[in-house]
Design a protein around this ligand. Structure first.
Ligand code: ADP
Ligand code: MG
Length: 165
């Protein structure tokens, strides 16, 4: 059991800790998994993405695809890293052919996913990262599983990190 509504809440105290959490999760990922990252500018969405990519064996540097909209990396599986901050709505997602990515065999990481709510798969992992007034480097990372697959993923992850809410 992961607690109320099966969410998992983890606090990290440095970008390294956030990356380590994401890296641990990456080991558990399967083709087709979709991870939606939400949180203000500077929350740590890209830091989390970097951890996932590293955990999947990506050696190339991972940066926010703010201007390119999507970056592709090749690790244990293909990784499609989106940053939809600049999109006005979901329309451009159709132009991009988002379905090929979201329902394909790679891993999707979507920064600012909330902005394209309408086109997100029903089954996905939602990640909400928020800062804390108390400390510059403190982050609360809330992981919300939508669907059986992600429930299982979080169960496995919580066994690895030994932290439960
Ligand atoms: P986003 O992609 O959400 O805009 P970034 O990952 O690019 O955010 O930036 C996060 C910033 O916050 C980085 O400068 C990072 O060093 C800093 N930081 C400080 N503490 C943390 C933490 N616990 N987790 C993640 N990033 C942190
Ligand atoms: Mg970013």
């Amino acid at each position: 059991l992961l607690g109320v509504a099966n969410n998992l809440v983890i606090k990290t105290n440095s970008p390294l800790e956030t990356r380590a959490l994401a890296e641990a999760m990456a080991k558990l990922l399967m083709p087709g998994d979709v991870i939606c990252l939400n949180g203000d500018l500077g929350a740590g969405k890209t830091a989390f993405s970097q951890g996932v990519a590293a955990g999947l064996g990506v050696k190339a540097p991972v940066t926010s695809p703010t201007f390119t909209l999507i970056n592709e990396y090749h690790g244990r599986m293909p990784i499609f890293h989106f940053d939809v901050y600049r999109l006005d709505g979901s329309e451009q997602m159709y132009d991009l052919g988002y379905e090929e990515y979201f329902y394909g065999e790679g891993i999707c990481l979507i920064e600012w996913a909330e902005r394209v709510q309408e086109v997100l798969p029903q089954e996905r992992l939602d990640v909400f990262i928020s800062r804390h007034e108390d400390s510059e480097d403190l982050r609360e990372i809330k992981l919300i599983p939508l669907g059986e697959r992600y429930l299982l993923l979080l169960e496995e992850l919580s066994n690895l990190v030994h932290i439960r809410n």
